[in-house]
Design a protein around this ligand. Structure first.
Ligand SMILES: [Ca+2]
Ligand SMILES: [Ca+2]
Length: 498
């Protein structure tokens, strides 16, 4: 008997509850209790590192053979490396809203782009953001850089929030590539000193907080902005890379078996431009340089953590808000439901587990929606009831433990994908579909949605997708669609976008 989607979701929830009870029963009264994430007598500090637009081109995920990321690699090796982790939405704003409120877009209605400070109170009053939740429950909360999409620092969320100084960056387009004189569409080194770059300052703030003495546990959120466009960073990080960058594998006729709703998500204009300008190599080199620059700044914070008084009572959660296409499927940027756009770096390191083996990996499909419940669990707090997802603290203890919550990515109302260890299934608003088996087809080249051999697989995966969708929240939308959403200039005309 096949389950209706409703029952499939209900089954997930029931199993989740049952497992939770079972885990509690198994642990109570045993020595294991003292080690469970939520049973520590002193809640740990949380170092939350949010990276912007970083795909799997990092050493510890192997997405690009030339990527140089020694600091994140070291963290991934010490902690648990979730190698099949996916964003809640492949765009900054809906991804971060989902992460920080702990609510799937199809439950909140927050599908497109909202600046945090413009989301209507009617929506926000339903939710307590993760920093606010921790602050209200005894944590000192410190933040810097890009945490929410939108820069307003609320007193209800932060004990202290650092805003980076703005310096004009001097670009050297002759050493890279630039579209016209756009400061946004620039892919080249800068000539400024390191400390004039926002990510350097954000990391310095994190270091400063780690040097302080704290009388209560802290939640320190470090929001690294690179490798988000523009792909500009100090020259020495370009110098790490050779002139020739290995291109990703691209199939010329890859679109032929993709339904129109999917093809429409591919950002062909940029691909056309970069092919025409013979610029792809320079674009990819600049992206890798910015990834190494982000890694350098993350390393500065991690080094300070290790030197600090908090080296053995802190949990580090590091993630990127979504992935990034670099020409595969003729697609550039995020805003799509394929692997490159959804897959993210995601590492959890519980520094209290000094004797845990290195190199632990979880290869089950997992969504970043689980971050809220995971951090609440580490803090010894019960997350608000409406929060989606599950705590991943059990997987940090035992990477083979099953994750009882599906890795669904939402891009606009009606467009969903679910990723498991082997499969990716996509369904668009018009009912059209894609199905890929990563075992044989890691590049998602061969759409198997019409293959009768996989009909039952497809049916099972389709049943995981949401069957009811919260209506779109219309208040506070800053930008609607795929192309507009990455062009800040258009925000000024938002009133005219309707
Ligand atoms: Ca982003
Ligand atoms: Ca194809």
């Amino acid at each position: 008997m096949t389950m209706t989607p409703f029952f499939a979701v209900a089954r997930f929830l029931c199993r989740r509850i049952a497992l939770g009870l079972f885990a509690g029963a198994a642990l109570s009264g045993s020595a294991v209790l003292a080690q469970s994430a939520s049973a520590q007598s002193d809640p740990p500090n949380i170092l939350f590192i949010a990276i912007d637009d970083m795909n799997d081109w990092v050493g510890f995920l192997g997405g690009h053979p030339q990527a140089i990321t020694p600091n994140m690699d070291r963290l991934a090796r010490k902690g648990v490396n979730f190698t099949n982790a996916h964003c809640v939405a492949p765009a900054c704003s809906p991804s971060r809203n989902a992460l920080l409120f702990g609510v799937e877009p199809f439950h909140s209605g927050l599908y497109p782009f909202y600046n945090f400070d413009e989301i209507h109170d009617d929506v926000l009053e339903h939710y307590t953001s993760l920093p606010q939740f921790l602050k209200e429950n005894g944590y000192g909360t410190y933040g810097a850089g890009k945490i929410h999409h939108g820069s307003k620092a609320l007193e209800s969320e932060w004990s202290d929030y650092h805003v980076a100084e703005k310096h004009e960056l001097n670009l050297k387009p002759e050493a890279g590539y630039q579209q016209g004189n756009s400061t946004k569409m620039a892919f080249c080194p800068t000539s400024n000193p390191l400390d004039e770059h926002p990510d350097y300052q954000v990391a310095s703030y994190g270091i400063d907080v780690l040097k302080r003495s704290h009388d209560k546990p802290f939640f320190l959120a470090v929001g690294i902005v690179k490798p988000h466009l523009a792909f500009v960073c100090p020259q020495e990080f370009f110098d790490l890379y050779p002139e020739e960058i290995e291109p990703p594998r691209i199939k010329a006729d890859d679109h032929d078996d993709i339904p129109w709703a999917g093809r429409a998500m591919a950002n062909i204009n940029d691909d056309f431009r970069y092919r025409n300008d013979d610029a792809w190599n320079r674009v990819r080199r600049a992206y890798l340089a910015c990834i190494s620059w982000a890694d350098y700044n993350i390393g500065r914070v991690l080094d300070e953590l290790e030197r600090s008084a908090y080296a053995d009572n802190t949990v580090v959660v590091m993630l990127s808000d979504h992935g990034y296409g670099m020409g595969e499927k003729r697609h550039f940027r995020k805003f799509a439901l394929w692997e490159e756009a959804t897959r993210v770096p995601f590492v959890i390191w519980d520094a209290r587990e000094a004797t845990a083996p290195v190199g632990r990996e979880v290869d089950q499909g997992v969504s970043l929606i689980n971050v809220y419940r995971t951090i609440a669990d580490y803090a010894g707090l019960a997350a608000p009831k409406y929060v989606d997802g599950v705590s991943l603290a059990p997987q940090v203890k035992d990477p083979s433990a099953q994750i009882d919550y599906p890795a669904i990515t939402t891009w606009g109302r009606g467009n969903y994908t679910v990723r498991e260890k082997q499969w990716r299934y996509i369904r668009y608003f018009d009912g059209s579909e894609e199905l890929y088996s990563h075992r044989e087809d890691p590049d998602e080249w061969n759409n198997q949605a019409a293959n009768p051999e996989y009909a039952s697989v497809k049916k099972r995966l389709a049943a995981i997708l949401p069957t009811t969708e919260a209506p779109l929240v219309r208040e506070g939308i800053s930008l609607w669609n795929v192309v507009d959403a990455d062009q800040p200039d258009l925000e000024k005309t938002k009133g005219k976008l309707g």
